[in-house]
Every structure is written in C-alpha cells, then in structure tokens.
Ligand binder design. Structure first.
Ligand SMILES: NC(=O)C1=CN([C@@H]2O[C@H](COP(=O)(O)OP(=O)(O)OC[C@H]3O[C@@H](n4cnc5c(N)ncnc54)[C@H](OP(=O)(O)O)[C@@H]3O)[C@@H](O)[C@H]2O)C=CC1
Ligand SMILES: O=C(O)C1=N[C@H](C(=O)O)C[C@H](O)C1
Length: 273
C-alpha cells in the first residue's frame, strides 16, 4: 500500500467487527481518507489476509495485522470501536505514535477512561458513546428539556440494542443520562436508578432511571422520557444503519488533525459544545 499524502491515513481496529467492517467501507469510499491499516487481535483468522478479500470483496491492498505499533506509525488517525481493554492498550500506542485516536468503544470503567486520558496532554483523543449527529443533537435537547422541567417530571432513559451487545446501559444511554443530570444541576451517579428487579419500592423523586432491551438485530434506539401526572414527553433517536456512527467517527478523525492535544467529545467535533 502506497500512502497518498493528500488523504488522511486511517487505521481501523477490530476490522472484522460490525463497526470495523462498516468503517473500512466508508473510509475506503471517502475521497478525503485512505485506509492505511487494518487491525485485529493476534490469532484472528483474518490476520495476514487482505482486508477487502477477508470481507468478501475486492482486494484493497491492506493486510490485516495485529501489530498496532507498525500500523499506527504510518497513519494520521486510528478509529477504534473494539472493547475496553483493547482501547486502553491502543491509547498508549496512539499517544506514542502521535496519531489522533477516535474512540467509539463503550462499557469503559472510570479507571479505563483515566488511563486513556493520561495521553491527552500529548495527543488528540475524541471519545463518544455515540458518534451520530442525531444522538448528539438529542443530548443537547435532553439537557435543555431537563433544565426546563422540575422533578415533577420523572426522567427515564430506555435503550434497545441487538442481542450481541455486551454492555448496559449503552454508552449513549449514559450520555443522555449525564445530559439530563446536567440540565437538572445534579450528578448522575447520585440519582441513577439502574437495574430494577423485585420489590424495588416506589420511584424516588429526582431519580434518572435506565432500562436496557436486548434483542435481534436492533442497531440502536434511545428514548428519553419525561413522565409527569397527566402528560409525557418522549425524545427519541433510532439508528437504522451503522454508517451514521462511522461517518461521525471519520469526521472526528479529520477534525482532529487540526486540534491541539486534549480529550474531546463529538459535541466538540460538531460544534455543539
Ligand atoms: N460510539 C459509537 O457511536 C458506537 C459505539 N459502538 C461500540 O463499539 C464497540 C464495538 O461494537 P461492534 O462493532 O458492534 O462489536 P463487535 O464485537 O462486532 O466488534 C468488536 C471488534 O473488536 C475486536 N477486538 C476486541 N478486542 C480486540 C483486540 N484486543 N485487538 C484487536 N481487536 C479486538 C473484536 O474481535 P473478536 O471478535 O476477536 O473479539 C471485534 O472484531 C462496542 O463497545 C460498541 O458499544 C458501536 C456502535 C456505535
Ligand atoms: O453496541 C452497539 O451496537 C452500539 N453501541 C453504542 C452505545 O453503547 O450506545 C452506540 C450505538 O447505540 C450502537
């Protein structure tokens, strides 16, 4: 693969995954980006194969590798939708190689995020539980509606995803919960009600509740409900194609090229912060 210096060179991690394959296609289709690396975990069946043929199409001239250092060294950005442990490890390599790290991985602990942020004084990190324009607008709307309504309105975040998803609540649900809490001027950790089961007692005033549905091939649906006596407001986003997340991630990788080191969100990328 010969690097085209007119294009932003992108490495995609977890290339055999749902988001990995979507990203490979969209990076390849975007005239401003060049796929210059394809990563999978050591021992994966795709290692050593051309990513295009591994995905069932034409060869793209990029061989799937488990060597992150070698892949990141010749890139401008890495787009990473994998798993928390992998993302923490990739963050160290991205910082060492000076590439923009766009992180879509969810389910991270506070310790994982602190480990990733350790590199933010030296490199550009863009992380968001949801990279779509629609959800980031929904985040802003949620904050505004929560600020306008008092605690007579019970806030519930309801999310639905495919049967393979391993983390709950979703990263998006947590973003929406944070936005609702910020609108109310409270800390989410103090008011979050997650995983009701059994004799839970009545709902506490001011709580923000979470419900996770898992089934079939649902790509990602999120409702924020404000329920009061006599009326209900529901803000809703439904994704019907993973390309909405991939397009946002590519936008972040391009935007990150002209930023100073730091930890950014998709709201920054979209000018909504
Ligand atoms: N922020 C956003 O907008 C979005 C975020 N996501 C998040 O992205 C993540 C991935 O989602 P999805 O694509 O559906 O999941 P998949 O399970 O389909 O894909 C994850 C990929 O990462 C690979 N992987 C895991 N560990 C490593 C490693 N150490 N090195 C290299 N590759 C590794 C997996 O390989 P293997 O199969 O061998 O484990 C797999 O190919 C999830 O956290 C999800 O919540 C998803 C959509 C949108
Ligand atoms: O795992 C997924 O699929 C998705 N994960 C993200 C999340 O946890 O919110 C974003 C999107 O909803 C799809």
């Amino acid at each position: 693969m010969v690097r085209n210096t007119d294009q932003t060179g992108i490495v995609v991690t977890g290339v055999s995954g749902r988001m990995g394959q979507t990203l490979v296609r969209l990076v390849q289709d975007n005239p401003r980006t060049q796929l210059c690396g394809a990563l999978e975990r050591a021992g994966h069946a795709w290692i050593g194969q051309d990513i295009g043929t591994a995905m069932g199409g034409a060869a793209l001239g990029v061989i799937v590798t488990a060597d992150a250092v070698q892949a990141f060294e010749r890139a401008d950005a890495v787009i990473d939708f994998t798993a928390p442990a992998a993302t923490v490890a990739f963050a160290q390599v991205a910082t060492a190689c000076g590439v923009v790290h766009v992180i879509g991985t969810t389910g991270m602990t506070d310790e994982d995020i602190a480990a990733i942020d350790a590199g933010a004084d030296k490199s550009v990190i863009v992380r968001a539980g949801n990279m779509s324009l629609g959800v980031n607008l929904l985040v802003q709307l949620t904050r505004q509606v929560a600020a306008a309504l008092d605690e007579d309105y019970d806030i519930e975040v309801i999310e639905a995803h495919h049967r393979h998803k391993v983390d709950a609540p979703s990263g998006t649900a947590l973003m929406l919960g944070e936005a609702a809490a910020a609108g109310r001027g409270v800390t989410l950790a103090d008011v979050a009600d997650r995983g009701r089961d059994g004799i839970t007692g009545a709902r506490a005033r001011g709580d923000i509740g979470f419900t996770a549905i898992r089934g079939g091939d649902i790509i990602g649906e999120h409702d924020v409900m404000f329920a009061a006596d006599g009326e209900r407001i529901v803000l809703r986003h439904a994704a019907s194609d993973r390309s909405v997340f991939a397009r946002g991630a590519i936008k972040a990788a391009l935007w990150g090229q002209s930023q100073s080191p730091g930890h950014y969100s998709m709201l920054d990328v979209l000018g909504l912060s």
